[in-house]
Design a protein around this ligand. Structure first.
Ligand code: BGC
Length: 244
């Protein structure tokens, strides 16, 4: 049985678990450490190393990061410490853990996992995965192939970015009812639909466990469904990405 350590680096927690890539599920308990403040590259790298040590310091590790990641280098920092911009996260985390660490955008990781094992399994054509959380993350697939770093949470809506208008953080901050939030999301998904003509839209992020409260209010042509792997998608996708 092939097991890989997946680590999900988020704004509030850094979480790891061993992943069974045949089953597409956890092969261990999840281990979580609170994200250090400020979440600078050096501090985060120490936590990643601590998680790696907890799981017996494996040789290869897949990590997510909530920003643009190209060839292991983090190129943006919308909701994270600006010191990450231009950091070779792959090299830094490899050095700190002594493992071969790959780094992938968090929404791309969640999408990879959903398309392989979850709500997008077997779906041909264009699949859009979005994660609704502090920001809005996106991943686009055509016949299972990812177009990385699409950053569709930064499209403009009402003179803001989409994630400043319709993320789960904004729902909370502005105390929007589920219906009012769904109205904002409807505008957002209709825009995505106009641009990309998806065959399936998958909605992830922690809030997707309440999908019955908001998804039925969103009218789009494509089927719009909740993610199946929920908060395991990032870790599972990170581990899978390490083997792609
Ligand atoms: C970032 C994306 C990330 C998303 C979800 C956005 O602010 O720009 O890279 O995928 O948040 O964490």
């Amino acid at each position: 049985m092939k097991q890989t350590l997946g680590i999900d680096i988020g704004g509030s927690g850094i979480k790891g678990a061993m992943v069974d890539l045949e089953l597409g599920d956890f092969a261990s308990e999840r281990h979580r450490i609170r994200t250090p403040k400020p979440a600078t590259p050096d501090k985060v790298a120490k936590v990643v190393a601590e998680i790696a040590a907890h799981f017996g310091s494996p040789d290869s590790i897949g990590c997510t990061f909530p920003a643009i990641v190209k060839n292991g280098v983090t190129l943006s920092a919308a909701n994270v410490d600006k010191e990450w911009i231009g950091t070779d996260a792959g090299a830094l985390l490899s050095k700190e853990t002594g493992a071969n660490v790959t780094v992938v955008n968090d929404a791309d990781a969640a999408g990879i996992a959903e398309v392989r094992y979850g709500a997008g399994k077997g779906q041909s054509g264009v699949v859009i995965m979005t994660t609704l959380g502090t920001g809005i993350g996106s991943a686009i697939f055509n016949n299972g192939v990812l177009l990385p770093n699409t950053e569709l949470g930064h499209l403009r809506m009402n003179r803001k970015t989409a994630e400043e208008f319709a993320s789960d953080r904004i729902r909370d901050k502005e105390e929007l009812s589920w219906k009012r939030w769904a109205n904002r999301l409807e505008k957002y998904y209709q825009m995505l639909e106009f641009f990309f003509s998806p065959d399936l839209i998958i909605v992830g992020g922690g809030v997707s466990k309440h999908h019955q409260k908001f998804l039925p209010h969103i009218r789009v042509k494509a089927p719009i469904v909740p993610a199946q792997l929920r908060n395991r998608a990032g870790i599972i996708g990170a581990a899978l990405h390490n083997h792609l």
